[in-house]
Write a protein that binds this ligand. Structure first.
Ligand code: BGC
Length: 381
């Protein structure tokens, strides 16, 4: 490993330790409460669960799309703010939205031209993003009602059976997504799936974060570190070209903390194609081990979010398509770049890119991944 990489690794480790100062217990025991969030037009009951840990942070999750509706975390002074974009009512989500907080499946991000070939059979999917397929199709996992089970006072288990042929994907896919709010101020997401026919799977969560508080301005001052030396450049349809390109000397070099605003409008071909950041980063180290993928620091509040994952990739999307036409929670208007996503995943278009890590799941195998969003505060990046 070359010296620059070593130095940045050491910096990341030090930053992680610095960020570990825990917030104080409130003396309140961890708990989960449930309330109704209304009904879908088809008459399905939708529930809203609120998980609270003993430090007082809360995560509110709905069974519609498995959406993280709100996430209240403290700033340096202990003041809570909701750091994810979304809506106060189910109706807000039903009207259509850019995947705020949702579970994405069966395939997160794009599949070129809406088709892939597996074991010699070509499967056709919806072309719901120009000529490409995006985030599972017309009715992806973000738009279905999940069955819920309170696995413990801190773990909400959501499950869904995606039928053989649903949205064009082969095989009955039985999916479980478990949200756990830990005493270390982590929202942990465990994804699992099994199938009865060979298929492709790539699950993620599409939360839009703003660590200053949702609706509180754009995200350009957030300082981001991403543990990646390479990213996957894209074509005009945001499909990876297949190249794994070094971040060195580009606006994609987040190996040391960098304000999002610094490179987001750079005169760079890839930045122009993404209209900002909308790219997959190739995370360091072998997939399958839970390790630090990214760290974000918001200078005004001192809030820090670390993202740990077992996945090989991370889609960094900076809300480039937000344009002020959506009014969200508390009447806040979501203008351009008011939120960013860090979607842990396999690389976009993997079903058509044999050189990328495989997303194929076969009968008898178990898909299992974990991602953790960990919150803390600090007075420096
Ligand atoms: C994609 C963006 C897309 C956004 C919302 C992200 O995962 O990479 O291109 O606009 O989701 O749909």
């Amino acid at each position: 490993m070359f010296p620059k990489a070593l130095a940045s690794l050491a910096a990341l480790a030090a930053l992680t330790l610095a960020a570990c100062a825990p917030s104080k217990p409130t003396g309140v025991a961890a708990k989960m409460t449930k309330q109704s969030f209304g009904k879908t037009p088809a008459g399905e009951e939708v529930a809203l669960y609120t998980l609270t840990n003993s430090k007082g942070i809360t995560a509110t999750i709905t069974t519609y799309g498995g959406i993280v509706v709100s996430l209240q975390v403290p700033d340096q002074a202990g003041k809570l703010a909701d750091v994810v974009l979304g809506f106060d009512t189910l109706d807000g989500y039903l009207k259509g939205h850019p995947y705020f907080g949702a579970i994405i499946g069966r395939y997160g991000n794009r599949i070129a031209k809406g088709r892939f070939t597996l074991d010699g059979v070509t499967h056709k999917l919806a072309q719901n993003n120009g000529e490409n397929h995006l985030h599972g199709g017309l009715k992806g996992f973000d738009k279905v009602v999940w069955a819920a089970r309170e696995a413990s006072e801190r773990s909400l288990e959501l499950s869904y059976l995606s039928k053989d042929g649903e949205e064009g994907y082969p095989g009955n896919l039985s999916v479980t997504v478990t949200y756990t709010l830990t005493e270390d101020n982590e929202l942990r997401i465990d994804y699992a799936a099994t199938t009865d026919k060979p298929t492709v799977v790539n699950l993620t969560n599409h939360s839009y974060f703003n660590l200053a508080g949702q609706g509180e301005g754009d995200i350009l001052r957030h300082q981001v570190t991403i543990n990646a030396e390479r990213f996957t450049p894209v074509d005009a349809g945001l499909i990876p070209t297949g190249e794994l390109r070094s971040v060195d000397g580009t606006p994609f070099d987040f190996r040391v903390p960098r304000a999002i605003g610094q490179g987001i409008d750079a005169a760079d071909e890839q930045i122009k194609l993404g209209k900002g950041y909308d790219h997959n980063f190739v995370l360091r180290w072998a997939a399958g081990t839970l390790r630090l993928a990214a760290r974000v620091f918001e200078p005004g509040s001192g809030r820090i979010m670390e993202v740990l994952t077992t996945e090989p990739g991370l889609q960094f999307y900076t809300g480039n398509f937000l344009d002020g036409t959506i009014t969200g929670k508390g009447g806040k208007v979501y203008h351009h770049r008011y939120g960013f996503c860090l979607e842990t995943q396999h690389y976009p278009d993997s079903p058509n890119q044999p050189a990328f890590p495989s997303v194929v799941l076969r009968p008898g195998q178990r898909y299992q991944t974990t991602t953790v969003y960990k919150f803390s505060t600090s007075d420096r990046p």
